[in-house]
Each structure stands twice: as structure tokens, then as C-alpha cells.
Design a protein around this ligand. Structure first.
Ligand code: OSB
Ligand code: MG
Length: 371
């Protein structure tokens, strides 16, 4: 049995090396919340809450995560006895929604537990790969030339798949330009829910460009409309925002709302539900890949570990730390070489926090203990 005796929350802000713009907003720096859980035997496990600052991807914000972590999740984990992260996840799931906040605690519990077992996190999760294929996600740029320059950079670095953010007004033209310049590169687009059925002609145009998938063309709850769209397109629809719960996946697969699943640890509420979603998708022959939220090194290491599971048959958004940050919060960054990221082999997360660098970039901190 393990008992958490201390919870340490830190808000940490890092500048982005390149501004990132999606259909809803642009960002130059990111603030994530790092969590350190200490067990009664002294073992420490780190987690990360990778929420965007504003409620544009999901309803959560850094502020909401901070409040829920402080007022609800910390009291739930402090002093609770548990023998496996899934047990603690069940306790955390008393809190409805708030998946990003919960995911940070769930990850910290997995880090702690795998460290205590002296096994890599990937092994603890059921991972089978020693390295995973990495894709990149490219934001909306000011011009098509700027976008082509970004694609060139990442193709030259060896990334295995390029994803382009699209939005009404930035879709067929830029995607066609990239397709023309790189006829062979595995390419996909992500709309973050920015289209409606009235824009079917645009999606039909995109359907002709040989894309691997079209990610989240319609808003999260539009599962019926997505199923209708999927029946009209050859290109597989990939679900992201639509699947927050494993039960959403059950509904989506029954309806035929998509053929591929992006599994994000944050969006699902942690590694525990992420593995369940993987298992369900694998059962039904649905390929999955791991999506990202621009994670710092802690969350990034977890994404790599998760991507080692057998059902992750498509390249994940697990680019090297250097795509986003000049320096990361772990003593060793995540590195992609020729489009592959090695799965950490050390016990636990396999990446150590760089405490001095974290301290330099901490904007707020809160510690709670119990005897
Ligand atoms: O939809 O996948 C998304 C970033 C912020 C919000 C939503 C998304 C993304 C990404 C980032 O695409 C991918 C990454 O972390 O490398
Ligand atoms: Mg997405």
C-alpha cells in the first residue's frame, strides 16, 4: 500500500521557440502545472497538467486546473491508501470533467508507482516498442511560404508525418501547396472542430489530396454529423476533441463517426483512461496515435511511453522538446532522431526534473502535506 504524504504544485512558464496558431488562438509562451507526489516511503512521482491558458480546446484553463488541483484533487489524494495507479484514478474520478487537471495527478501516480516497481513507465503501461515514430503538428502561418518553410524544416529533420492545422480560409490552398511540394510525405490536417456541415464542399476538396486523415472537422459533440461526413469521404476521420471519455469512444464507434483515434493523456483524464481507450480501439481494429498538448518534458516522456503500446500504429505527436522549447524542464530533453523517439528505459518516467531550471521559471507554488 502506498500513501501520498505530500503534494507539491508548481506553475511553470516557458517561452515557445515559434508562435503556434490554431483555428481558435495563438500562443508565444505556455504555463503548465507540474505536480510532485511524495509517498510515505519517500518515493516521488512527477506529473504535468498541460492545459492551455484559455478555454478554447476544452473547457479547462490553467486557472481552473490550479483551483481544482488545489481544492479538490489534492485533498482526494492526500492520505488515501492505494496499491495501483488505477485505484487512485478511481478516487480521482469522483471529480467530474476537469480531465487535464486529473491527468496530471494520474500521471504522477504512474510515475511514482513504476519508479517504486523499478520498471520503466512504458513497461508498466503495457508498452512493447523501444522507439516510437514521431510526427509534427504545424500551426497556421501568416503565408503559404512561411508554412512551406516549416514543412521543409521538419521533413529535413526526418519526421514521419506532417500535420497541418486548418481553419476556414486556411485550408485547401495551403494543403494543396504542401502536397504539391511533397507528393509523398504522409500528411494530415486538423481542424479542431472549426467546420460545420455547410462547408462540406471544402472537406470534399480536402478528400482529394491523399491525406492520411482529417482530424476533428466538426465540433466535439457532432457525432451524428461526423458519421454522416465519414460516409461521404474516402479519407478517414480522426477523432480528438469528441472523445473525452471511454464511453464517448463507444458511442463514436457505434455511430461510425470516425475511423482513427487520437488519444491524448490530458483530454482523456490520464494514462489510466488512455490505456482503456487504446484497448477498446485495438479490440475493434481502430488505429490510434498519441496526440500532444505541447507538453513539457514530464508530459512528453509520458506520451512517448504511452505510444509504445501495440495499438499505436500511426506516428504520434511526440516531437522532440526542441520543436517547442529552447530548454525543457527535465535534465535530458526528449529527442527525435530521423523521426524516431527512443522510449525511456530508466525506472519510472525515465526523465528527471531539472529542479534549478524549474525554480527559475516557477510563477506560483503550493505545498500540502499530511502526517
Ligand atoms: O488538436 O492536437 C491538437 C495543441 C494545442 C491544442 C490542440 C492540439 C495541439 C497540437 C499540438 O496539435 C501537438 C503537439 O503537442 O505536438
Ligand atoms: Mg487535434
Amino acid at each position: 500500500m502506498t500513501r501520498i504524504t505530500a503534494v507539491d504544485l508548481r506553475r511553470v512558464r516557458l517561452p515557445l521557440v515559434h508562435e503556434f496558431q490554431t483555428s481558435s488562438h495563438a500562443k508565444r509562451s505556455l504555463e503548465h502545472i507540474l505536480i510532485a507526489l511524495t509517498a510515505d516511503d519517500g518515493t516521488v512521482g512527477w506529473g504535468e497538467i498541460a492545459s492551455p491558458s484559455g478555454p478554447f480546446y476544452s473547457a479547462e484553463t490553467v486557472e481552473s486546473c490550479w483551483a481544482v488541483a488545489r481544492d479538490h484533487l489534492t485533498p482526494l489524494v492526500l492520505g488515501t491508501d492505494w496499491d495501483h495507479p488505477a485505484t487512485l484514478a478511481a478516487v480521482l474520478s469522483k471529480v467530474r470533467g476537469n480531465h487535464f487537471a486529473r491527468a496530471g495527478f494520474d500521471l504522477a501516480a504512474w510515475s511514482l508507482w513504476s519508479a517504486a516497481q523499478s520498471i520503466p513507465l512504458a513497461t508498466a503501461l503495457g508498452g512493447v516498442r523501444t522507439s516510437v515514430e514521431a510526427g509534427v503538428s504545424l500551426g497556421i502561418e501568416k503565408t503559404i511560404d512561411d508554412l512551406l518553410a516549416q514543412v521543409a524544416l521538419r521533413v529535413d529533420e526526418g519526421y514521419r508525418r506532417i500535420k497541418l492545422k486548418i481553419a476556414p480560409g486556411w485550408d485547401v490552398e495551403p494543403v494543396r501547396a504542401v502536397r504539391a511540394a511533397y507528393p509523398e510525405v504522409p500528411l494530415h490536417v486538423d481542424a479542431n472542430g472549426a467546420y460545420t456541415p455547410t462547408q462540406l464542399p471544402v472537406l470534399t476538396e480536402l478528400d482529394r489530396l491523399g491525406l492520411l486523415m482529417i482530424e476533428q472537422p466538426y465540433p466535439p459533440r457532432a457525432l451524428v454529423e461526423l458519421a454522416d461526413l465519414q460516409s461521404r469521404l474516402r479519407t478517414p476521420i480522426c477523432l480528438d476533441e469528441s472523445v473525452e471519455e471511454v464511453d464517448d469512444l463507444v458511442t463514436a464507434l457505434r455511430l461510425g463517426s470516425g475511423r482513427i483515434l487520437n488519444i491524448k493523456v490530458s483530454r482523456m483524464g490520464g494514462l489510466t483512461p488512455a490505456v482503456r481507450a487504446h484497448d477498446l480501439a485495438a479490440d475493434q481494429g481502430v488505429p490510434v496515435w498519441c496526440g500532444g498538448m505541447h507538453e513539457f518534458g514530464i508530459g512528453r516522456a509520458a506520451n512517448v511511453a504511452l505510444s509504445a503500446l501495440p495499438g499505436f500504429t500511426l506516428p504520434s505527436d511526440v516531437s522532440g522538446s526542441d520543436k517547442y522549447y529552447a530548454r525543457d524542464v527535465t535534465t535530458a530533453p526528449i529527442v527525435a532522431t530521423d523521426g524516431l523517439v527512443e522510449v525511456p528505459t530508466g525506472a519510472g518516467l525515465g526523465r528527471d526534473p531539472d529542479l534549478a531550471f524549474i525554480a527559475e521559471n516557477t510563477t506560483d507554488r503550493l505545498t500540502r502535506t499530511c502526517g
